[in-house]
Design a protein around this ligand. Structure first.
Ligand SMILES: Nc1ncnc2c1ncn2[C@@H]1O[C@H](COP(=O)(O)OP(=O)(O)O)[C@@H](O)[C@H]1O
Ligand SMILES: [Mg+2]
Length: 239
């Protein structure tokens, strides 16, 4: 579904630097992977390139065989709006909207009518175990998870989603994120500097200055799957 080929990116300017070097990897439908790397290494830069929000210096990002870099901004925006969901460290919940209105945003952008919108928003708020009221950080992130999934994206990006949370809420949010992404049949890329957080993914890539490498150990669940030869289970059918 997502094919990343020899991606490189540097930033010019007074402190010009090469951030991503020759990054390649494949993501299949239903995959849930982590990209782990220290702060400032280029994780957010990578997500921006994968989502077509920024352009690489060289290399390609193919989403369903379409090279994002070949699209104009409007076409890239349409793909993002329809097929991608985002969860950010800073929540980005809009305070002047209700919880339900926040979750409904991607549907409104996709022109979905009121009635199906209400039904879908209600279902997602139920998935993240929330009702409408004052929100803690963990609860705001649960709203963000519902919003990231409400339009049935095929790919969900989560950029340090627990960076602003206490450890207990972080654990809950990570478990919920995985459960919801898998439950909706979407693929997910979780970006984090935390080894503990990356363990919630099926497999982990480590981003360093020399590039992106698959981490030796697969997640426990996935390893067991592989031993039994189970592969297609994660390709859940999409409605
Ligand atoms: N628009 C930009 N212009 C110049 N430098 C940037 C820009 N965006 C990010 N950087 C630099 O690229 C490096 C990687 O940033 P980032 O992708 O945000 O790292 P991470 O998300 O892993 O913390 C940092 O040194 C950052 O300062
Ligand atoms: Mg970042």
């Amino acid at each position: 579904m997502l094919s990343v080929r020899n991606l490189s990116k540097s930033f010019s300017g007074p402190r010009s630097k090469s951030v991503l070097r020759d990054i390649s990897f494949e993501l299949e439908a239903g995959d849930y992977v982590a990209v782990m790397g220290e702060s400032g290494i280029g994780k957010s830069t990578l997500l921006n390139l994968l989502a077509g929000l920024d352009r690489p210096d060289s290399g390609q990002v193919l989403f369903d065989g379409v090279e994002l870099n070949s699209l104009d901004d409007d076409a890239a925006t349409r793909i993002r709006r329809k097929h991608m969901g985002f969860v950010f460290q800073a929540f980005h919940i809009l305070p002047y909207l209700t919880v339900a209105q926040n979750v409904a945003l991607p549907l409104a952008l996709n022109g979905i009518g009121n009635k199906p919108m209400r039904r879908r928003v209600g279902a997602l708020l139920e998935s993240v175990k929330l009702g409408p009221r004052e929100l803690s950080g963990g609860e705001m992130q649960r709203v963000a998870i519902a919003r990231a999934l409400v339009h049935k994206p095929r790919l969900v990006f989560a950029d340090e989603p627990t960076g602003n949370l206490d450890p207990e809420s972080a654990g809950e949010v990570l478990a919920l994120l995985r459960e919801c992404v898998k439950g909706e049949g979407a693929a997910g890329i979780l970006v984090t500097h935390s080894a503990a957080a990356s363990k919630t993914a099926d497999r982990t890539y480590v981003l360093t200055q020399t590039g992106l490498k698959a981490q030796g150990q697969a997640g426990a669940g996935r390893q067991a799957d592989r031993r039994r030869g189970v592969r297609d289970r994660r390709r859940s059918p999409r409605s």
